[in-house]
Design a binder for this molecule. Structure first.
Ligand code: ADP
Ligand code: MG
Length: 291
């Protein structure tokens, strides 16, 4: 089978682990930088070219597209899909899950639990939004944002208003979210591949920090999750149409709340914490899809 791992960084942990797992199964694996693809439309139809690799000959594509590479990376993923080549995950699923506002809408509509969250654009609505969310402290999130950057905790109405207005002045969208204090600087990342939970870890923020992102210095340990958590993770990945998903949960006093569903979750943290061969699960899913 010919597998394309679409990634900007051939030496990145996740990319090289997936490539190794594929080669171990005797597949012909190529790591392709999406920025080396030439995509578009020509009179004969869709164009998908690369200086050395015949892109249309792949049996399956595993996109590893970070947030910053999305504007060009996703049309590349889409081009493969339009040519009938299976991808995990698809470009519209990527887009949906990276949009925190729309992702929350879809999850809620699917009956899944998320933190109380509001998006707004009118400064006159700030006070009523804060009230609807139960008052300060409130988490203000820049949208889009990733790796914890642009996630601020605001303790007073004054600081919420000034933070929101600062983001708006930069022409960025924000959302306001209840602060789940009980989670106390931890969250649970559940890794779902092909509709199954394959591993989970608890991430803990460094002291004096409420954001538990590993990129912000958080630490990770394996965790056993109960059936409720497992069910939430699997249903969240399904609602977002993701075959590979990192489902992030805040454990609140009213049960698990889905904070985020990541369409290109890193492998290093979860593999080191759980010793699960996540890369092999991803390759197995690619094999199933390509058949
Ligand atoms: P990013 O997409 O940048 O990772 P997240 O929404 O995942 O942003 O938030 C980053 C971190 O901040 C989370 O992993 C969590 O530890 C913390 N956090 C985010 N939202 C809340 C909240 N509503 N209550 C408590 N902690 C939160
Ligand atoms: Mg996050």
């Amino acid at each position: 089978m010919k597998i394309c791992v679409l990634s900007r960084g051939p030496t990145l942990y996740s990319t090289s682990r997936i490539a190794h797992a594929g080669r171990r199964k005797q597949h012909d694996v190529r790591i392709v930088d999406p920025y080396n693809a030439l995509i578009g439309s020509l009179e004969f139809g869709l164009a998908l070219a690369h200086p050395i690799v015949e892109l249309a000959s792949f049996d399956v594509v595993i996109p590893r597209v970070g947030a910053s590479a999305m504007p060009f990376g996703l049309p590349v993923v889409d081009q493969f899909e339009l040519l009938g080549i299976p991808v995990l995950n698809g470009s519209s699923a990527f887009e949906l899950s990276r949009n925190k506002i729309m992702a929350g809408q879809v999850l809620t509509a699917a009956g899944l639990p998320v933190p109380r969250t509001l998006a707004l654009r009118n400064p006159e609505h700030i006070d009523s939004a804060i009230e609807l969310l139960g008052g300060p402290p409130i988490v203000v999130k820049l949208h889009p944002g990733t790796q914890g950057v642009g996630v601020a905790i605001c303790e007073t109405v004054r600081s919420i208003r000034s933070t929101v207005e600062a983001f708006w002045s930069l022409n960025r969208e924000v959302l306001l979210q209840e602060f789940v204090a009980e989670a106390s600087g931890t969250d649970v990342r559940m890794f779902v591949v092909d509709g199954k939970l394959i591993g989970a870890m608890r991430r803990t923020a460094p002291s004096a920090e409420f954001r538990s992102n590993l990129h912000r210095g958080g630490t990770a340990e394996a965790v056993e999750v109960d059936d409720v958590m497992r069910d939430v993770a699997v249903r969240a990945a399904d609602a977002m149409d993701l075959l590979v998903a990192g489902v992030d949960i805040l454990e609140s006093s009213r049960g698990p709340l889905i904070m985020e569903v990541n369409p290109s979750p890193g492998l290093q943290g979860i593999e080191e914490a759980t010793r699960v061969d996540v890369a092999a699960h991803i390759v197995a899913c690619a094999e199933r899809l390509a058949l």
